[in-house]
Design a protein around this ligand. Structure first.
Ligand code: TRP
Ligand code: MN
Length: 451
């Protein structure tokens, strides 16, 4: 690496490391962390600057209604479940949803996995107490183990190396699946027909039938291009662990700009978006497309400050605001934020996260969500944006490709007393395969009405 590149990385480090960095693990041996970071810096990038730029221009299209974003995946990936089977079913679910959404929106759907790096979680309490014993909270596999023992819960920097390796193998599999025939449109469509033929989903039969007709028309007309067989699939995760994100940040030799090469898209969480804090500082200096999560208490001034800091020049696609207001409050909380953005004038890509404002405790103690709330928040998101002449650009969903029972509701209904059947998440409840598809059909119906 040349001196110029070295000095840019030193400047970056100096800029964020002197600021308040919230939700960072407390490593018992800082020198071990340093060794890990030095090692990670020698590892090859997982993504390239040109790919991140391409995603920025796609996100720009989504800011204008010319594309729609589907961002989905686990609340937290785990090392144990980063297996071929689980990854395949997650990709399959996202692709199936994408077909339905493409039809509904009549614009390209940007497939953005909450995958290949989503290994770290901020927690509301730094410690967890069980039977009078206090240990560090589980912060995701990148930080510590879920098992409630002192050994497992003590943050271990070597886990960052496994995060890198699991991200690399996951992304490799994603690239193989999405280019190697698995993403063929007609095959994905057949899976959807299988789903809609289940009597529980007869409501979606008509839409599936319409898509089938469109497919047959394309076939008859000889539409047979390479683009029907492959998809571009992008990776994203919350940029939480700043030492890891710093190690993955590199200088692009072509432009001399800084890029985070650990994922195509990175977002800043609701808990770490302080305007003078380290996370915002770091991400404001890298050239990937950036997201910021906004909860119901965000103010118009904060949003304006975030735009000033992260997208001062108003480049379309650079900044995505992912709102997570809650189904009950979105109609009150979202309009003033949209208004502030409209007054400002610089472009924003708007995504709804209908998961995190709708987390509840079931009467039997399970952390869950109601699918009806998820769908309600999405639907209100569309209504509010269209009433205000603003562009609803996409959805951010916590999902898995497996038949888990973590979220209440759905046509094959999950009830409070069936949550225990297959509740596997270590953090937040995810829509299962069927609930995810059902959501895609419902959103597709909304998209058709509004577009
Ligand atoms: N390449 C196109 C796209 O990504 C069409 C396509 C092929 C597609 N396979 C797909 C769309 C699977 C959604 C899902 O949009
Ligand atoms: Mn979550």
């Amino acid at each position: 690496m040349n001196n110029e590149a070295n000095s840019q990385l030193r400047d970056l480090y100096a800029a964020w490391s002197t600021l308040d960095a919230k939700h960072q693990p407390n490593y018992p041996a800082p020198e071990e962390l340093e060794a890990v970071v030095d090692y990670l810096r020698t590892m090859p990038p997982l993504v390239f600057a040109g790919e991140a730029d391409k995603l920025t221009s796609l996100m720009a299209r989504a800011s204008q209604g010319e594309a729609f974003v589907l961002q989905g995946g686990d609340c937290a990936e785990t090392f144990e479940t980063a297996t071929a089977d689980r990854i395949r079913s997650k990709i399959r679910t996202i692709l199936q949803m994408a077909v339905v959404l493409t039809y509904g929106a009549s614009v390209p759907v940007i497939k953005l996995g909450r995958m290949a790096g989503q290994y770290a979680k901020p927690r509301s309490n730094a410690t967890e107490v069980r039977d009078g014993i206090a240990l560090p909270s589980y912060m995701g596999d990148a930080v510590n183990g879920f098992e409630f023992t002192p050994e497992s819960r003590t943050p271990d920097p070597r886990r960052l190396i496994e995060m890198y390796q699991r991200s690399a193998t996951t992304l490799n599999l994603i690239r193989a699946f999405t280019a190697g025939g698995f993403a063929d449109l007609s095959k994905v469509h057949e899976w959807n027909l299988g789903f809609a033929s289940n009597p529980a989903y007869k409501r979606y039969n008509q839409l599936a039938g319409e898509i089938d007709k469109a497919m047959k028309f394309m076939e008859a007309a000889g539409a047979n291009s390479e683009s029907l067989r492959t998809v571009d699939f992008y990776s994203s995760h919350e940029a939480l662990l700043l030492n890891y994100e710093h190690a993955m940040t590199r200088v692009d030799s072509r432009t001399g700009n800084l890029y985070n090469t650990g994922a195509h898209f990175l977002w800043i969480g609701e808990r770490t978006r302080g305007i003078n804090d380290a996370h915002v500082e770091m991400l404001s200096r890298i050239h990937n497309p950036i997201g910021v999560k906004l909860g119901p208490n965000v103010s118009a001034d904060e949003v304006k400050a975030l735009i000033d800091k992260i997208n001062p020049e108003g480049k379309a696609g650079r900044l995505t605001l992912i709102t997570r207001m809650g189904a009950q409050t979105i109609t009150e909380q979202l309009p003033p934020i949209i208004e502030a953005v409209q007054r400002d004038g610089r472009p924003i890509t708007w995504i709804t996260d209908p998961m995190h404002g709708n987390t509840i405790s079931a009467s039997n103690g399970y952390k869950t969500r109601r699918m009806s709330d998820v769908v309600k928040e999405i639907s209100e998101f569309f209504t509010v944006h269209s009433e205000m002449g603003s562009c609803p650009g996409g959805v951010h969903i916590e999902l898995t490709g497996d038949d888990v029972t973590e979220v209440l509701g759905g046509a094959e209904e999950i009830f409070e007393d069936t949550l225990s059947t297959r509740y596997e998440t270590l953090v937040d409840p995810r829509l299962n395969h069927q609930q995810s598809l059902e959501t895609a059909f419902l959103v597709s119906e909304i998209l058709r009405e509004t577009s």
